[in-house]
Ligand binder design. Structure first.
Ligand code: AMP
Length: 286
């Protein structure tokens, strides 16, 4: 595995791989790898792709007062895990490399970026869309891999890729990797105290309850959302931010299950904000 820190070095390394006939798969990350990240890397490598992982805690997607300065960082550990996962190139730029003096061009996204995460974190998706566009343009991969864990982010990136003609890149969305007890893996789970860690299970428990209702034929999304909010309300250490059944691609609320629907939830456990979601089964048409 080669570690590169500049776009020029990244491009040189990828040109070398392409000259050997290899296709390239990109996995954008902020590091602090867990099994979810490693699964994305495995999926990226399928069909013989050379994998490039970017490791960059992107400052523009954090608002003032968020956890940019305390976000877990351990490049040595991440590099070891990436190497074990057969990653070919680790791209670790510093902020000046991606946002040099005079940087003045950003991507903004409306549509699926509105509401939910976009309501709580108004500048977040512009930061995400900008850095992902920059990474796609810098690497020009054949495929890019993202996690369903950040369902609204996937909708925003899919829209951005269409709108900016970056959709010649194959977009792969990997399912959520969970701890054995159901907690969705997240680099931010390290912030949870043992009691908060237990309380945090209310998110996946609520989503499971709703998914069971949907599997039993419940189509009314208000009832499905109610199952999640009731589970979270029963956990005093958990403060619900939102729960919503939304169209997977547009991220608009839907009153009934019809097409592909994401049931998304965000809640605070202590000072940590967690998100989780489940894809609900599309009921058969009668
Ligand atoms: P992050 O480093 O948190 O920005 O995440 C990098 C990528 O990993 C994003 O595409 C995330 O959606 C994905 N990811 C994070 N957690 C999980 C998880 N538990 N399961 C699957 N993918 C994940």
């Amino acid at each position: 595995m080669r570690t590169v820190r500049t776009v020029a070095a990244l491009r040189a390394e990828l040109a070398r791989l392409r000259a050997r006939g290899q296709r390239i798969a990109l996995v954008p990350t902020m590091g602090a790898f867990h099994a979810g990240h490693l699964d994305l890397m495995r999926r990226a490598a399928q069909d013989g792709h050379a994998v490039v992982v970017s490791l960059f805690v992107n400052p523009t997607q954090f608002a003032p007062g968020e956890d940019l300065s305390t976000y877990p960082r351990d490049e040595r550990r991440d590099a070891r895990l990436a190497e074990e996962a057969a990653v070919s190139v680790l791209f670790v730029p510093d902020a000046d490399e991606l946002y040099p003096e005079g940087f003045a061009t950003t991507v903004t996204v409306a549509g699926p970026a509105q509401g939910f995460e976009g309501a709580t974190r108004p500048t977040h998706f512009a930061g995400v869309a900008t850095v992902v566009a920059k990474l796609l343009i810098a690497a020009r991969p054949d495929r890019a891999v993202f996690g369903q864990k950040d369902a609204q982010q996937v909708a925003v990136i899919r829209r951005m890729m269409r709108d900016l003609h970056l959709d010649d890149v194959e977009l792969i969305v990997a399912p959520i990797v969970r701890e054995p007890d159901g907690l969705a893996m997240s680099s931010r789970n390290v912030y949870l105290s043992p009691t908060e860690r237990t309380a945090a299970l209310a998110l996946s428990r609520g989503l499971n309850a709703a998914a069971r209702l949907a599997a039993d034929g419940e189509r009314d999304t208000a009832r499905l959302e109610g199952a999640v909010s009731a589970t979270i309300a029963a956990e005093p250490a958990c403060q619900l931010d939102y729960v919503a059944a939304v169209d997977r691609d547009r991220f608009h609320p839907v009153p009934e299950l019809a097409g592909p629907t994401v049931l998304a939830v965000a809640a605070r456990v202590g000072t940590t904000r967690l998100i989780d979601n489940v894809l609900l089964p599309t009921p058969p048409t009668e």
